[in-house]
Design a protein around this ligand. Structure first.
Ligand code: BGC
Length: 820
């Protein structure tokens, strides 16, 4: 619709109608205005799939959807074309879910190695993140689906995320943390941006005038909508005036009648409300929601082309960290293969939190190997566990609700759950619970023991919980309940009790849940699991399997229970007894390949002994197939690290610097390291990482030669010859870093400014050109609020990682300044 028609339309709306466009009607959709045939805009979470609207409580309740690789895997692919293809495929997925907007991509920067959401983000580097995000947005929006790049800004940790103030100086913001958003606005024309939960330098980002008006709309000229993160709006006039168009989710808490009253009281002008409503109408128009053409039903379309794309993307992001003696790729004639480890038969395909979806299917490494080699070639041993929570207790669980916190009187309602993981959303108990802050639930079901022995009963809850086995109290997460790191920091850490059970017998399990009326998010939830731990014998069985086989594959790592929204990791040690398992298997069989699946770095005490290590991340539903493709050389390990792997946690940019720097103290987290995060930190301090940024091996070898740099003093173009010197076709990533040799301010020794993923046949050479703009030489001059290039010498380095520089030239640049 032409813009003047949209303007006419907004002027036909009453104040109340304009206001109604500025908040959600429910969790995933906006108010329609039937009087004028204005449809309802619907949104759905990404970034690694389109979940749809059904998963309102449990995030895995939605209609099955295609599960794509997580952000760090796309980051490690360094492949902008792939990111665009994924964006385009996700656009199709969003349409099948009847929605118009995908809440993605997530582009916060890997500042610490323990941020729970690093898996969802692309990289520690802003250039790489920005390029991939722009391509992903293009893929989505070219098909009429809006992106919502998030979380703007300073959300680099999950600790106290709804209140924490990220204290970041303007230069670091401009050069690092805001950069992906800036490119998304200026180069990809993103239609949507989501503010973060945290405060930035003291002010909530959802009401941050400087961030939303001065920088985003002023400096960058942004025309699209700004929405809050879920429940991340905390005011009426402040957010509207500062530039937040949309409060999510609905029903509104801060707008509606409150906003109408604020307008009447003169706290918000009618013109501002009109402007925000017009911005919303423009988005409705672009996405087709204005005329509500998209059917509301949610479909599951398991498209073969999505399967193929996801499988391809899995190997494009897989990083080969070690390959001594060219042990990989494997050959089918390599004899029996021992398939070992807690991630061998469980497909770890995604992280935890709002990005979770119900996948169409999950191919585990075992499944992938079995379909390639046949099960008779494989020997299996689990070895140990790596879970954070005990395996979920499932059965028909009867739930009796009470309208008080002590189970008094008759139940007001009875329900049946199919598993012991419940997040209560309104209305509770079909509306029979009158006060969501004050109720109790008694739940009962049975558990049949399959094995005899000591069982672990683990619970965590946002609210108080006791677990009884045959009327005996086994877990008490009530009496000494303490807030911990589960359920978006509203729940306690797992509390585990033990009891010996006998195989074949059934036990009565009773759970008693009571709400915590002091909860910040008014959130009631719990999870209960029952497991029987593995023992020394299981590690010995794994050793036995490894010694009987020609080759051993050990699948270790974490899962979405650890790499999750809502809590940071406590360390980067492989959970459980996995390090012990890896070392034992390496001893038993020198032809052992370690396959890691995590959302970020881990310490590897066994690194010297392991001949081959492959990092596969969480690659989506085709997980096992993609890993098998790489292991057997059907595809290249196409990934290069988008995040440095430190040797130990303390070496990471935020490690060992005091609580103020990480995880934060007294409600503030100081980004004291400034622009020196990621590889910039390791280069500055001389701390040697385990594996550097940009690193990854190929199955072939590459050489870079004949570099020349042509510069006119303001811009430059580097050309370099890349040759595949090995015996097979393969891919690599050419990385160009710039360094300001004579800077008057402290600047990183080298910074990534351009890159290109290139595939070449054996023996093939190609001349690659990489261009550099004025901005690629600039730093942000905070005192003068502009980008500044200082006259003098700059290095232009080209290499295959941040520490593997193959060619270098020095060029002379002129002094320049640019508007922010
Ligand atoms: C997350 C957002 C997400 C939203 C809706 C929040 O908890 O931070 O990234 O889009 O929930 O699920």
């Amino acid at each position: 619709m032409a813009d003047n028609h949209l303007k006419e339309l907004v002027d036909q709306l009453t104040l109340e109608e304009q206001v109604s466009l500025l908040s959600g009607q429910d969790l995933w959709s906006l108010n329609a205005i039937e009087r004028l045939d204005i449809g309802s805009l619907r949104v759905t979470d990404g970034p690694n799939g389109a979940r749809g609207a059904k998963g309102s409580g449990g995030l895995l309740e939605g209609a099955p959807a295609a599960s794509f690789p997580v952000g760090i895997s796309i980051g490690a692919s360094w492949d902008v074309d792939l990111a665009e293809e994924i964006g385009a495929a996700l656009a199709d997925e969003v349409m099948t879910k009847g929605a118009h907007v995908l809440l993605a991509p997530t582009v916060n920067i890997h500042r610490s190695v323990t941020n729970g959401r690093n898996f969802e983000c692309h990289s520690e580097d802003a250039e790489l993140t920005a390029k991939l995000a722009c391509a992903y947005i293009k893929g989505l929006q070219d098909k009429g689906i809006s992106a919502t790049i998030k979380h703007f800004a300073g959300n680099e940790s999950e600790i106290e995320r709804t209140t924490m103030s990220s204290e970041v100086d303007e230069r670091s913001l401009r050069e690092v943390y805001l950069r992906p958003f800036e490119d998304a606005v200026k180069l990809a024309d993103t239609w949507g941006i989501m503010t973060s939960y945290n405060r930035l330098n003291g002010t909530f980002t959802s009401e941050h005038d400087w961030l939303l008006e001065d920088v985003l709309r002023g400096d960058w000229g942004y025309q699209g909508i700004v929405m809050s993160d879920w429940y991340g709006s905390h005011s009426t006039a402040e957010t509207v005036n500062a530039g937040l168009d949309l409060e999510m989710p609905g029903p509104t808490r801060d707008r509606g009648d409150k906003l109408v009253t604020a307008v009447e009281a003169g706290e918000v002008s009618r013109e501002v409300v009109r402007k925000r409503a017009l911005t919303m109408l423009r988005l409705l128009d672009k996405t087709g929601a204005l005329n509500s053409t998209r059917p509301k039903q949610e479909l599951s379309v398991d498209a073969p082309e999505h399967r193929a794309l996801i499988r391809k993307a899995g190997s494009a992001g897989a990083v080969l960290l070690k390959n001594e003696g060219a042990i990989l790729p494997l050959k089918e004639t390599n004899g029996k293969v021992a398939v070992i480890g807690p991630n061998a038969k469980i497909a770890q395909i995604m992280g935890g939190g709002s990005s979770q979806i119900t996948p169409h299917y999950r191919v585990s490494p075992w499944d992938g190997l079995a379909s390639r080699l046949g099960e008779e070639q494989l020997i299996y041993a689990q070895g140990c566990t790596n879970h954070r929570f005990e395996p979920l207790w499932t059965c028909d669980i009867k739930a009796d609700y009470f309208n008080n916190q002590d189970f008094a009187g008759d139940p007001v309602h009875t329900d049946v759950f199919s598993s012991a993981e419940v997040v209560w959303g309104l209305p509770i108990a079909e509306g029979h619970v009158t006060d969501p802050n004050r109720f109790s639930v008694r739940m009962s079901g049975t558990f049949k023991a399959e094995k005899s022995g000591l069982h672990q009963f683990g619970v965590n809850s946002a609210g108080y919980l006791k677990l009884f086995v045959d009327d005996e109290l086994v877990v008490d997460a009530h009496t000494d309940w303490e807030i911990g790191h589960t359920f978006f920091e509203e729940g306690c850490d797992p509390v585990v009790g033990e009891k010996a059970l006998v195989a074949g017998l059934s036990y009565a399990i009773r759970l008693e849940f009571v709400t915590n009326e002091n909860a910040k998010l008014l959130y009631a939830a719990f999870r209960a699991g029952i497991g029987i731990g593995l023992s020394d014998k299981d590690i010995l069985d794994a050793v036995q399997a490894a010694s009987e086989a020609e080759t051993a594959l050990v699948f270790v790592g974490r899962s979405g229970e650890w790499d999750t929204e809502g809590s940071d990791l406590q360390d980067i040690t492989l959970p459980g007894r996995q390090n012990e398992l890896v070392s034992a298997v390496l001893k038993a069989n020198p032809r052992t390949i370690v396959v890691l699946q995590t959302g970020g770095p881990i310490e590897m005490p066994w690194v010297k002994d392991a001949p081959a290590i492959l990092q596969a991340w969480y690659p989506g539903q085709e997980c096992g197939n993609a890993i098998t493709d790489v292991l057997f050389g059907d595809t290249e390990p196409g990934g290069r690290l988008s995040q440095t792997f430190p040797a130990t946690w303390v070496g990471n940019p935020t490690g060992g610097k005091g609580d103020e720097v990480y995880p934060g103290k007294d409600g503030k987290v100081l980004y004291e390291e400034g622009v020196f995060i990621g590889y910039r930190h390791y280069l500055k301090t001389g701390i040697k990482p385990l594996f550097p940024f940009g690193f990854g091996l190929s199955y072939t070898d590459f050489d870079l030669s004949d570099m020349s740099v042509v510069s006119n003093g303001t811009k430059a173009t580097a050309s370099v010859t890349l040759t595949n010197t090995g015996k097979r076709a393969g891919s690599t990533v050419i990385q160009l870093y710039v360094g300001d040799v004579q800077a008057s301010v402290e600047r990183p020794m080298r910074e990534l400014k351009a890159f290109k993923k290139v595939s070449l046949d054996a023996g093939e050479s190609q001349c690659i050109e990489l261009t550099l703009s004025e901005r690629d030489f600039a730093f942000f001059d905070t005192a003068n609020r502009l980008w500044r290039v200082e006259q003098g010498e700059f290095t232009v380095e080209v290499g295959l990682s941040s520490t593997d520089i193959r060619c270098c030239e020095t060029i002379q640049m002129e002094a320049m300044t640019m508007k922010p």
